[in-house]
Design a protein around this ligand. Structure first.
Ligand SMILES: [Zn+2]
Length: 262
């Protein structure tokens, strides 16, 4: 089966049947460390440059940063290992993490020329959390672990995955009733929003894999894109074959095929 992963700020990994996030106790300890970090940073600002007390504060700050990085790395190694071991094919969204972490542009009023609210504060908070959960690291780990396991790893277009109904395909911002609930305004399909997004990601991947013209954009980034259909590689039964020698069926199931193509 194809395992889709919806990646987000609140829940770093949400597959079709599992959620990966830091344990509650781990979160509590992390926020306690944040509190101590801020206190040490305030203390350092007051201390005289070059003094021994200041040096001690700097060491304490560095230790906290190292601890945070270890917790983060540890979490991603365990989460990606579990996903890779349990999946045959993994699909994620082709997110532009740089865009998501970029600072909000200043907004200027056309008439008065004054600066307006641009949501910078909200975005700053999001930045911290994204950088804190380090989605980029997770992607790198996922990719090399899948590669060394000899399993295919693909990315699909991320557009409106959170607004599209996994049942009927209807796409609208109002489908996202709240941050965590999805309610289709057309067919009434109701689901957890991240679970629905994961199913949409899988649906997109299956559609592209079954589309005989699908191309991998670039050798290194594994992005599935609809191609020109010039090089069809369907099997007689209408299923599509992947390079790894697995056949993808229309319901997303996999069968082994003898002569791998694509
Ligand atoms: Zn629907």
């Amino acid at each position: 089966m194809i395992t889709p992963i919806d990646r987000g700020v609140a829940k770093p990994f949400h597959t079709d049947n599992a959620v990966y996030c830091l344990a509650r106790s781990e979160m509590d300890r992390a926020s306690e460390r944040e509190r101590r970090l801020r206190r040490y940073q305030r203390r350092m600002a007051r201390q005289q440059k070059g003094s021994n007390r200041r040096k001690r504060t700097i060491v304490s700050i560095a230790k906290l940063h190292t601890k945070n990085a270890n917790v983060r790395n540890n979490f991603w190694h365990q989460a990606t290992r579990s996903v890779v071991d349990n999946a045959q094919i993994v699909v994620i969204e082709n997110l532009k993490l740089k865009n998501m972490t970029r600072r909000a542009k200043p907004k200027v009023c056309d008439i008065t020329g004054k600066y307006l609210k641009n949501g910078a504060r909200a975005k700053t908070g999001l930045n911290r959390v994204i950088l804190g959960t380090s989605l980029g690291t997770s992607e790198t780990m996922l990719e090399y672990k899948m590669r060394s396991a000899g399993k295919p790893f693909f990315k699909v277009s991320p557009h409106h995955t959170s607004q599209e109904c996994a049942d009927c395909g209807y796409t609208h911002p109002e489908n996202r009733a709240t941050q965590s609930d999805f309610l289709c305004q057309k067919c009434g399909h109701r689901d957890n929003a991240d679970h629905n997004a994961a199913l949409v990601i899988r649906k997109r991947a299956i559609k592209l894999i079954l589309h005989s013209g699908t191309e991998l954009a670039g050798a290194h980034n594994n992005v599935l894109q609809p191609g020109t259909d010039a090089n069809p590689c369907k099997t007689e039964s209408g299923n599509s074959r992947l390079r790894c020698g697995l056949s993808v069926k229309k319901d997303g199931g996999l069968t082994a095929s003898r002569s791998p193509v694509l």
